[in-house]
Design a protein. Sequence first.
Length: 140
Amino acid sequence: MMYGEYGHTVDAKGRMFLPARFRTELGDTVFLARDIDRCVCIYPAAEWEKYVAKIKALPLVKTRNATRLLLSTARETEVDAQGRVLIPAYLRDYAGLGRDVTVIGVGEKAEIWDTAAFDSFKNSVTAEELEKELLELGLG
């Protein structure tokens, strides 16, 4: 399981080092995809296949937009010998990724955020909102 928050940079060629703690779990082949929160998700291959299977199991009439936008923008990529991934320009543009990024573990996948955007997100969620959400989910 991936968790934690790690500061990284994206180089001029669009490459980013994966957090060392995530490399074993992610494996040599990962899938990069856009997320609804304007970030880029990194899935290990097995988790990506599970995610796609869940989408395919739902009625097409309800999932066609999500299927088109999520699957058409996904990219299978190899982790290089130094532990870097190449983030395609269209995904960097979508998520507004600059040089400084924050990689967070969110369970079975990781997310890449522009650092300023992630800081803004963290500051926008109040303790009261988090408590309410956790209680509604039965986790409080």
